[in-house]
Design a protein around this ligand. Structure first.
Ligand code: DCS
Length: 459
């Protein structure tokens, strides 16, 4: 059996669970799971989901009187898109009618056509990423370029599939920027070591690093991938978690089409999206999709075959994707409420991004780039030599040692930077910015008190 490591549910989370079972109050900031920390689902989405899930309610006048008319109409329409209802297997790429809604959304978002036949729905973005890696990796010589720090779905899956991870380092000093020269060197290095470099992954906005890529960054990346004949895997699951105006989300697809010429027709691009993030945050419903651009029809056929082994993506996930990409429109009964609910959550996330990063930057020896997007802060922590020594004696990496001490003292469950990869000789931790606003200040207060005591102890 092949072993793998997945830090987001690692030692810290297990210890947190133990403490919780023993009666301690634990704040799980180790995972980007918004509704677990109190984010409310969108009302319109849940109304449609409820009716689609229990269509007999549509025949009950007393109950239906409680629902807005657009939710009722949408539920009836949704049922036509899922033959047999939510209890029936659907096409293994997901309902064709919902894939068309995704294609319409992408066309509207990017200003370029999108083909529903090249869209696969999956149970969250994770299986889509895994399916692509599986198609790309033949043996240990097949290498995938992955940013460091990265989200461990990539390292863990590449390891499980028996491929090689070729790291490229994001530069913390310049807002976790990426450097094409560094990518070029890594590819050369990989090839000199006999590797077949197959694909380049990027995460925009970044996890765990929270940076947003500029249009120029994306253009450079795309041109590089085209030059090196790499498949570009664009993880864009945080595309609506944007907390500043300078770097709005731009999709790789749009930049690719803007570039035009042979690059636009040849670069193989796969992009991923999900219902788990954004202000939707329906992590437990497991809905995601990928769009395949410039992928050879035979490869798409093979991927359809692989998807068919799983029979069908789950139907409530498909319903939720439909609701994400096709929202209430101006004039619809639910429009204003929907916009207000989304706006309230986003505004709160923006405030929380500031509270979290400001909080970290006030701590001795800690620096933290602003969370421009996504759901995480990833501060760098500089610990005194005595603390490093104590960690060594405890047989733990120093960042794990710090995070465990934080957990024991405050109940705050974070993830050590080593779980994502970090530049040699640096230490980090990741926390989400998701604790509700009325408790995030308390989180910062506890963290500050802990940090001061920790530093005093090992000074
Ligand atoms: N891609 C990135 C960059 C992610 O952060 C996640 C989840 C996924 C894909 C997969 O999400 P779904 O399968 O739910 O669509 N993020 C994990 C994390 O770091 N914390 O929570 C989950």
């Amino acid at each position: 059996m092949r072993s793998t490591v997945y830090a987001v549910r690692g030692e810290l989370m297990q210890r947190g669970e133990e403490l919780r079972k023993a009666g301690r109050e634990i704040i799980f900031t180790n995972i980007g799971n918004p509704q677990a920390l109190g984010q409310k689902p969108l009302s319109f989405n849940r109304q449609v989901q409820a009716l689609v899930n229990a269509p007999f309610l549509l025949e009950n006048e007393r109950i239906i009187a409680e629902f807005p008319e657009d939710a009722i109409a949408r539920a009836r329409e949704m049922l036509t898109k899922l033959p047999g209802g939510v209890g029936a297997y659907q096409d293994s790429r997901g309902s064709p009618a919902i894939r068309q809604e995704i294609a319409d959304f992408l066309q509207h978002r990017d200003g370029y056509p999108s083909n529903a036949e090249h869209i696969f729905m999956t149970d969250g973005a994770s299986p889509a990423v895994r399916m692509c890696l599986q198609a790309l990796i033949r043996d240990s010589r097949d290498a995938i370029l992955v940013p460091i720090p990265q989200y461990p779905l990539y390292s863990a899956s590449i390891q499980l599939l028996g491929g090689s991870l070729l790291p490229y380092h994001l530069k913390e000093e310049s807002g976790w920027s990426m450097n094409v020269e560094d990518l070029r060197n890594q590819v050369r290095l990989g090839r000199d070591n006999g590797m077949a470099v197959r694909a380049l992954v990027f995460i925009n906005p970044g996890n765990p690093t929270g940076q947003c890529l500029s249009y120029q960054n994306l253009k450079d990346l795309i041109e590089f991938a085209a030059e090196e004949k790499l498949v570009l895997m664009a993880d864009e699951v945080y595309q609506t978690n944007i907390y500043q105006d300078e770097l709005p989300f731009v999709s790789a697809k749009r930049v690719l089409r803007d570039i035009g010429g042979s690059v636009a027709d040849e670069l193989e691009l796969i992009s991923f999206h999900t219902i788990s993030k954004g202000v939707i945050g329906e992590c437990g419903l497991r809905g995601g999709y990928m769009e395949l651009v410039n992928i050879h029809p035979e490869v798409i056929g093979e991927m359809y075959k692989i998807a068919s082994i799983n029979l069908s993506p789950n139907t409530m996930g498909q319903v939720s994707i439909s609701l994400m990409v096709n929202e209430p429109k101006p004039g619809d009964t639910s429009y204003e409420k929907h916009v207000e609910e989304k706006g309230t959550t986003l505004a709160s996330l923006i405030r929380r991004a500031h509270i979290m990063t400001d909080g970290f930057n006030k701590l001795e020896g800690v620096t933290c780039n602003f969370t421009e997007g996504a759901m995480y802060s990833f501060p760098r922590i500089r610990l005194p030599p005595k603390a490093i020594q104590a960690a060594k004696e405890a047989g733990k990496p120093a960042d794990t040692f710090y995070c465990l001490a934080l957990l024991e003292a405050t109940g705050i469950s974070t993830v050590p930077g080593s779980g994502f990869g970090q530049e040699e000789g640096t230490l980090h931790l990741r926390t989400t910015i998701l604790p509700p606003e009325n408790s995030i200040k308390e989180v910062i207060a506890r963290l500050t008190k802990f940090h001061e005591e920790f530093m005093d102890k090992y000074r």
